[in-house]
Write a protein that binds this ligand. Sequence first.
Ligand code: MBD
Ligand code: FE
Length: 305
Amino acid sequence: MQKLEIQKLVERITSTQSKPANARVKAITDRVLLDLFLVIDEFDVTPEEFWSTLSYLTELGQSNEYGLLAAGLGIEHYFDVRLDAKEQAVGIEPGGTPRTIEGPLYVAGAPVSIGEARLDTDPDDGEILFMDGRVTDTAGRPIAGATVEVWHANTLGNYSFFDKSQSAFNLRRTIKTDAEGRYRFRSMMPSGYGCPPNGPTQRLLDQLGRHGQRPAHIHFMVSADGYRQLTTQINIDGDAYLHDDFAFATRDGLVPAVTHHTDPAALKDHGVDRPFATIKFDFALPHAVDGVPATLIDRPRAKVG
Ligand code: MBD
Ligand code: FE
């Protein structure tokens, strides 16, 4: 078809209006519709392809995988890049820890403690992990009473709440920094995540010739009064998918060194009976400023308690 004909048809559809519209919703819907008509034309999309796509989207929702696909198509990462650009444009204080995507597996309401926590409630025979560091401003001054929310997968790459075989809030905690701005926790070294192999996200990735794997990582949301909230992750160095993350979340500055300890004295010192790993990582937060989009995204999240 002629492009002009398509435009006229879409125009007839989008000009149908008998009552006040939400101008933004209408403008975006109208544009998406035009782009969709043009795509159908350019690729000569068949009705069979179109209806099977609708079934696909239904299944995507029924499987609660919209968030997973948004990560896998790099859309969530795109919003990070956009926020970075907006911050740069207004000249926000440099030196903050890089942000990276929240992902679809956060759960609000994790147990809160001060200074330190043990994250693993369920038994797991993986490598014991101790992680610690400080929350500071961009000049390295400690922030006491900052909130560090941490969540990660178990050694099978599964997250509590979504994996009903784990107990509530396994590998999820909220730690308030102590008077020196410090946090520390004991946990288990996570494994990388893989999309549910038979789920709709992985099926589309297969069609695109892509894997659905993430390197092992630990998620954080860090906040303190007067500072910009930070959503980020650290990746576990050495993971085969470190720079091949299906969600595009690995960024410079988010791959701290992992130290493995086998020395009996170190084991004794840490109160453990087998080799363990340690990671040190500080989070630096810029001061809050007016007129810049918020960092903490308002989005539907799972909540317990
Ligand atoms: C994850 O653990 C994750 O962090 C993202 C972004 C997507 C899927 C699983
Ligand atoms: Fe994750």
